[in-house]
Write a protein that binds this ligand. Structure first.
Ligand SMILES: [Zn+2]
Ligand SMILES: [Zn+2]
Length: 305
């Protein structure tokens, strides 16, 4: 989307104009299937566009998305229609990074500032339909909202790095060293990116004990709320590592059981499912029935697309 917005604004056009030319009835983020008609409009090879746009498919009957080599089975994890930016990066480089499209990417690894999804001037949510890459639809430059934070104050940096590594290999910090540093669980580097992010959400989505949790609210949650989810999820995982298994039941009132169960049912990799099982059993003392057994495990090994 970033490339398309830059090309459109360089030609005094907008994302809406591109959508109209493609005869889209509803405004929606572009997908890889739009690459061929878009290619002739923006004069970029169709394959190059297809590689940069999300691709939809199915894993054993459940919707999944491939984006920059990662697979995701949770719509809330991606924010293709709800862009967020690091204003510092944007003003320096002039483009949006693909890792910003992940909801759990909540702190810029370069500038250690919180991501921004709202215009400080007009208070509206940012959209892709803006006049330029660093300008809000109201005409104001997208400004940085939050003060700089240090690494210690921003545990969410760890997750931003994991996302950036998974999609671009831009960072060279080894996951093994991060595990030691942050006392993360031993399974951390074995689960897929999708598994890691969904486990974080299951662990961190509930703010206070025994409060109701609405999945639909997750889809629309602002960047700041996602930062809270990521930080709580990490903190609770670290707490779980530091305590014996029989004490993990204390987490039952703040962990989203349905989130863990959904990973056990629909997962990108086998370790995702195993970890979801282990956590559910340890926290809720809930043994999964046989129907979650070997068949789904085998199916999950099949190639997607
Ligand atoms: Zn930045
Ligand atoms: Zn604005």
């Amino acid at each position: 989307m970033s490339l398309l917005l830059r090309i459109a604004s360089a030609n005094l056009a907008t994302i809406s104009w591109l959508r109209n030319r493609l005869n889209m009835l509803q405004p929606r983020p572009f997908r890889s299937t739009d690459a061929v008609p878009l290619a002739s409009l923006v004069d970029v090879p169709a394959q190059e566009l297809a590689d940069r746009l999300p691709d939809s498919g199915y894993i054993h009957g459940h919707a999944a998305t491939r984006y920059f080599g990662t697979l995701s089975m949770s719509r809330a994890q991606q924010r293709f229609a709800r862009p967020q930016v690091c204003p510092e990066c944007l003003h320096t480089t002039g483009y949006c990074r693909a890792c910003w499209d992940f909801s759990c990417y909540t702190v810029c690894e370069e500038h250690m500032t919180a991501m921004v999804d709202r215009c400080a001037s007009c208070q509206r949510r940012l959209t892709w339909n803006r006049p330029a890459i660093d300008v809000c639809i109201c005409g104001a430059y997208i400004g940085s909202g939050d003060p700089l934070c240090t690494e210690k104050e921003a545990p969410a940096l760890l997750i931003s790095r994991r996302i950036a590594m998974a999609i671009g290999g831009e960072r060279t910090i080894s996951s093994a060293s991060l595990e030691r540093q942050e006392s993360l669980p031993p399974w951390w580097s074995h689960v897929s990116l999708d598994g890691c992010l969904r486990i974080l959400v299951a662990m961190g989505a509930i703010d206070r004990p025994l409060t109701a949790f609405k999945v639909a609210a997750l889809q629309q949650a602002p960047s700041l709320s996602w930062k809270g989810i990521v930080e709580r999820g990490l903190m609770r995982l670290q707490w779980a590592v530091a305590h014996p298994d029989d004490e993990l039941k204390q987490l039952a009132s703040v962990v989203w059981e349905g989130g863990l169960e959904s990973i056990a049912l629909d997962h990108v990799s086998h370790p995702d499912r195993q970890v979801a099982h282990l956590l559910t059993e340890a926290i809720f003392d809930h043994k999964f029935a046989g129907r979650f057994g070997s068949l789904r495990g085998q199916l999950s090994q099949r190639a997607l697309f």
